[in-house]
Design a protein around this ligand. Structure first.
Ligand code: AMP
Length: 673
């Protein structure tokens, strides 16, 4: 057991204030409010200053304080909950049948010290805080023995397996900065991130499974390394035994290294980091083709997540939280890994799809693990809603006390369907990769205001969120549409800058009005009761199944096609996934698509270029070949008008259009389809 295990989770004063008091204090008495919240975590050295706002919009929280995220997530719980589960891992991709096809999978679990139970249609491992402590120490030891230390960047490109969690926590333990890349992204995405982060190491697996189909992660990493200018010194491979693993010169086999660490009973002391030291980078799409490296700090991040688990989610130590998300997204970082552990809860890590092996899998996992709080994006629920109702009713889900949804608009019928079957509050809430925790939410703990359908709630403590007039920056009246903005300083836990690009942080997020308003790039409106409603993005970013994709990134991939003159990608409404990208491609020689055969070939090539560059998530749902794209006189493509045409809505004022004939060209191209 750690020498540092004498700092169990502390709770705040027993008399619970009202949410209105909390919100008021968080804005009007900011420093005292956050000084109080900071007591929730263990500080090796107490902060000297709660907030340094001398250089806004850059805010520094808990200046001079020293802490460690991994220590707070793991070691601190050894005193009180060493034998409680920290994680429950369930995979519906690994099952009895699969291990007969891939017998090496069983050996590999053994090699990795992974005590997995196999069932007919899933596999499971429970991992106590004590087990987690050991595994994270082994992982940290392996990292250190391969030259990784404080400030080094490590890319984690892994499926939903326990080793991904160990890798993140091990980085946090030794002060390395992780950057998790979503497993659905392609080699090109990886290469961009390797270069921007100047990653010293990549951690990956041989392969993964999606609906039984093998996904060759290692090959994608090899291609990413080839494309990247900055080559990692090592590629650490967790060999799952799915594909044969032939180590190349930079490759390191994790199981072999782990064995050394395990035999040596390796214990790695947590590295105490000044609160503002970066803990991780998470790249997210913006309006330009290059993703932004959202940078999170250490102390503010730990305080914000711990506080949110109490004040927003009403999660308690010993309870079970399941954020059904991939670790490649902000939700996976904050609410699958860090926040539940910070709060001493059990977190479920699920490898699999919502409807396989059958549409009852979520509820079966809930029943088996007595999940108390659920969190996912509406898309997954919409998938289940299409299935036979009996899948929902055959399991005992009475352990659930609330179900949070975020990432995309929650439609009424999905919310009603869930609420009818679960009989618990179905709570829409709103946040972004940048914020890392909810900006708008409902708060079941405080019973502050009744839940209102269609609204993700009201501003959370710490966020001075307002709807501002786009032109003037003045606050909008209730009912008036405007830009959702947050006045600097952003509260703890939000991005502190864009990795190595302070200028981009300021220009992307604080470029409007007086330079002190963070723009969410979402339109919103409030009602008379102070509830907020999200009305969609102000930029060319689309939201596919709760995931943000820049249309420009897709356009860049399409433009690599040798026949392409220009193209425009827009998102259109989709019943299941919220939005889907569609592409309008103008070819250098339009006669190329006159025959069905040629047209099909070019369509497939365009789709192939997008999937190769960005992964299947960005795959266009349709490709049209108009003669021209509508543009303003200054040459700007009018994507909003194209989108209106695609959705059969009025295009609005077309007087600024340089080439009115393009409107008919767009309509004609959709008829030809
Ligand atoms: P991401 O950073 O990928 O999580 O995407 C954040 C974006 O998703 C926001 O800027 C919104 O456009 C959208 N979003 C998140 N939560 C909600 C919600 N509850 N309702 C509507 N849109 C949401």
């Amino acid at each position: 057991m750690s020498d540092h295990a004498q700092h169990p989770v502390s709770t705040l004063a027993a008399d619970v204030p009202t949410f209105a008091d909390i919100y008021h204090d968080s804005i009007m008495d900011r420093e005292n409010f956050w000084a109080e919240q900071a007591k929730r975590i263990y500080w090796h050295k107490e902060p000297e200053q709660i907030l340094d706002d001398s250089n806004l919009p850059f805010a520094k929280w808990f200046v001079g304080g020293e802490t460690n995220l991994c220590y707070n997530c793991v070691d601190r719980h050894l005193a009180d909950r060493a034998e409680q589960d920290a994680f429950v891992w369930v995979s519906s991709e690994i099952n009895q049948e699969l291990i007969e096809t891939f017998p090496a999978v069983v050996d590999s679990f053994e090699d990795l010290g992974n005590n997995v139970e196999f069932y007919t249609d899933y596999a499971k491992r429970r991992l106590t805080y004590n087990d987690l402590y050991k595994e994270v120490n082994y992982f940290a030891d392996v990292l250190q023995r391969h030259g990784i230390g404080k400030g080094d960047r490590v890319i984690i490109y892994m499926p939903m397996i326990l080793e991904a969690a160990y890798a993140m926590l091990a980085c946090a333990r030794i002060g390395a900065i992780h950057s998790v890349v979503f497993g659905g992204f392609a080699a090109h995405n990886l290469a961009i991130r390797m270069d921007d982060a100047e990653a010293k190491m990549v951690i990956t697996v041989d392969a993964s499974l999606r609906d039984g189909k093998v996904i060759n992660y290692k090959n994608l990493v090899n291609q990413g390394v080839e494309q990247a200018t900055t080559k990692p010194e090592h590629v650490l491979v967790v060999n799952r035994g799915i594909l044969p693993f032939e180590p190349r010169n930079v490759d390191v086999d994790y199981a072999t290294e782990r064995r050394h660490s395990c035999e040596a009973h390796a214990v790695v002391a947590p590295v105490w980091l000044e609160s503002n030291t970066p803990s991780y980078l998470l790249y997210t799409s913006g309006t330009t083709g290059t993703p932004k490296g959202v940078q999170r700090d250490t102390g503010g991040h730990a305080v914000a997540l711990t506080t949110s688990m109490d004040y927003v989610y009403d999660g308690k130590a010993g309870e079970t939280f399941w954020a059904i998300s991939d670790i490649g997204w902000a939700v996976g970082h904050s609410y699958t890994i860090y926040a539940p552990l910070l709060a001493g809860m059990t977190s479920v890590i699920y490898e699999g799809l919502p409807h396989l092996p059958n549409p009852g899998i979520w509820w079966r996992i809930v029943e088996a693990n007595k999940v108390n709080i659920l969190f996912t994006a509406p898309t997954g629920v919409r998938m289940l809603k299409k299935q036979d109702e009996s899948w929902m009713t055959r399991y005992d889900v009475s352990s659930v006390k609330s179900f949070f949804l975020a990432g995309e608009p929650l439609d009424e019928s999905t919310a009603n369907w869930l609420s009818q079957h679960l009989g618990v509050p179905i709570l829409d809430h709103y946040w972004q990769t940048e914020s890392g925790w909810p900006i708008l939410s409902h708060t079941p703990k405080f019973n502050h205001k009744p839940h209102k359908q269609g609204s993700p709630g009201y501003p959370m403590y710490g966020y001075e969120a307002k709807v501002l007039n786009e032109e003037t920056g003045e606050p909008c009246r209730a009912g008036e549409k405007g830009l959702l903005a947050i006045k600097a300083p952003l509260p703890p836990g939000c991005l502190t800058t864009v990795w190595r690009n302070d200028e981009r942080f300021v220009s992307s997020y604080f470029g409007l009005f007086d330079g002190q308003q963070y723009s969410t790039s979402d339109y919103a409106v409030t009602d008379e009761d102070g509830y907020f409603y999200i009305l969609g993005r102000t930029d060319d970013v689309i939201n596919v199944a709760g995931h943000r994709i820049g249309t420009q990134e897709i356009e860049e991939a399409i433009s690599t096609h040798p026949e392409m003159a220009e193209c425009a990608v827009v998102g259109i409404q989709d019943e299941l996934k919220g939005e889907l990208p569609i592409a309008f491609c103008v070819l250098k020689d339009q006669s190329q698509v006159e025959t069905t055969e040629n047209r099909f070939r070019i369509e497939q090539q365009v789709i192939g270029a997008v999937v190769k560059s960005l992964g299947g998530i960005a795959r266009p749902a349709a490709i049209y070949f108009p003669q021209a794209l509508p543009k303003t006189r200054s040459g700007k493509i009018l994507r909003r008008s194209i989108r209106a045409l695609a959705e059969d809505r009025p295009t609005g004022d077309m007087s600024t259009l340089d080439n009115p004939a393009a409107i008919d060209a767009i309509k004609q191209s959709m008829k030809d389809y």
